[in-house]
Write a protein that binds this ligand. Structure first.
Ligand SMILES: Cc1cc2nc3c(=O)[nH]c(=O)nc-3n(C[C@H](O)[C@H](O)[C@H](O)COP(=O)(O)O)c2cc1C
Length: 309
C-alpha cells in the first residue's frame, strides 16, 4: 500500500513471519527513463525479506512498463502486476490505475503487449469491479497464462473506500468467480477476519489479499495458513507489529520513517484516538525532535497500551 509500506514496516512484518509474500505498492511508470539506483533502493526492503515479491507497476506505456519490469525481475521480483484499480483522483485524472477501467480495450491491449514482451514471466492485474458500474465480462477476453493472477477488489473505482456490508463484497466476489471460473483469482477488500476469509475461499478463490484488514489484524495470514491459532489475541500482534516497526526504524536512525509515518500506521492499526496516536500528536515538552519522540515511545510502549484499557 503506497505510503504505508515503509522499509521498517516491511522488515518488521517479514521478521515476525506475518506475511508469506509481498506485493509492492505501485511504481508509477511514465515516459521518462527510470533511475536504476532509485528503483533498486525502492525495491530493496521487499527483496531483502527473502520472501517472493510481486512488483506492481502503474502506467500506460507498454514499452516503458516492460523496461521497468525487466529491471525489477533482474533485482529479484518473482512476477509482475499491473495496477488497474487505484481510485486516487490524481491517478484517475491521468487515465491510469482505476482510470484504465474506463478504457477496457486499451487495458486489454496494454496487458497483451506487456505479456508478449515479457515472454514467460507471470503478469497479473489488480482491478476493481468496474469504473462506475459493474463490468466484468471483458475479463474473458484477456489472454492469461496459467500463472497470471487477477487480484480483484470488489468495489467500483468511483466507490473509492465507501463502507459496505460484507455481503455486498461476497456477492461481487461470486460474480467475478462465475465470469472467470478457471483463472487464478485473488479476493481483496475488507477481509479482516478468519471467518470472512473462509467465506471467500468457499466461493472458489485461489487466495486473498489484505491491506488495511491485515494492519487491523496482523496475524490474519498466519491464521489462514494455520501457523497461528485463530484465537490468538489480535492486540498482541498489533503491538508487535507497531513496536517492531519502531525498533527497525531506530536501526537506521529514523531515516526512512518519520513521525508522520508512525501516525499513519497507528491510525491504520488502532484507529484514530488511540493512546499511541495521542502520544504521537501531543508534544508534551519532554521531547525535542521526532526521532527522540519515537525512541521514547519504544520504552513507553507497554504503558501506552495499558492506558487503552
Ligand atoms: C493508503 C493505501 C495505499 C494503497 N496503495 C495501493 C497500491 O499501491 N497498490 C495496490 O494495488 N493497492 C493499493 N491500495 C489498495 C489495497 O491494496 C486494497 O485494494 C484496498 O485497501 C482494499 O483492501 P483492504 O480492505 O484489505 O485494505 C492502497 C490502499 C490504501 C488504503
Amino acid at each position: 500500500m503506497e505510503g504505508v509500506m515503509t522499509q521498517p514496516l516491511i522488515r518488521a512484518a517479514s521478521k515476525l513471519g506475518l506475511v508469506d509474500r509481498w506485493m509492492t505498492p505501485f511504481w508509477r511508470v511514465t515516459s521518462s527513463p527510470v533511475k536504476k539506483s532509485k528503483l533498486k533502493q525502492w525495491f530493496a526492503p521487499f527483496v531483502d525479506s527473502g520472501l517472493p515479491v510481486t512488483a506492481q507497476l502503474m502506467g500506460e506505456d507498454a514499452e516503458m512498463i516492460t523496461r521497468v519490469a525487466e529491471e525489477l525481475l533482474k533485482l529479484g521480483a518473482s512476477d509482475i502486476n499491473l495496477n488497474f484499480g487505484c481510485p486516487s483522483g490524481q491517478v484517475v485524472r491521468h487515465g491510469c490505475g482505476g482510470g484504465m477501467l474506463k478504457r477496457i480495450k486499451d487495458l486489454i491491449l496494454l496487458f497483451a503487449r506487456v505479456k508478449k514482451s515479457l515472454a514467460g514471466v507471470p503478469v497479473g492485474i489488480k482491478i476493481r469491479s468496474g469504473f462506475d458500474e459493474i463490468n466484468l465480462a471483458w475479463l474473458q477476453e484477456l489472454s492469461l497464462d496459467d500463472s497470471d493472477k487477477i487480484f480483484f477488489h470488489y468495489r467500483l473505482v468511483k466507490e473509492a473506500y465507501l463502507p459496505f456490508p460484507f455481503k455486498t463484497a461476497l456477492r461481487r466476489f461470486a460474480e467475478v468467480r462465475n465470469v472467470i471460473p478457471n483463472s487464478w483469482l485473488i479476493a481483496n477488500g475488507d477481509i479482516d477476519t478468519l471467518s470472512k476469509m473462509t467465506d471467500v475461499l468457499k466461493l472458489g478463490f485461489d487466495g486473498i489479499m489484505t491491506g488495511r484488514g491485515w494492519l487491523r489484524n496482523p496475524s490474519l495470514l498466519m491464521q489462514m495458513t494455520g501457523i497461528c491459532p485463530a484465537q490468538t489475541d489480535e492486540h498482541f500482534w498489533r503491538k508487535e507489529l507497531f513496536l517492531n516497526t519502531l525498533i527497525e526504524a531506530e536501526k537506521d536512525d529514523f531515516f526512512t520513517f518519520s513521525r508522520g509515518n508512525a501516525i499513519e500506521l497507528a491510525i491504520l492499526i488502532w484507529g484514530a484516538g488511540n493512546p499511541v496516536f495521542q502520544r504521537l500528536i501531543k508534544n508534551d515538552g519532554k521531547v525535542t525532535d521526532d526521532a527522540t519522540l519515537l525512541r521514547s515511545m519504544i520504552n513507553e510502549f507497554d504503558e501506552l497500551l495499558l492506558a487503552r484499557k
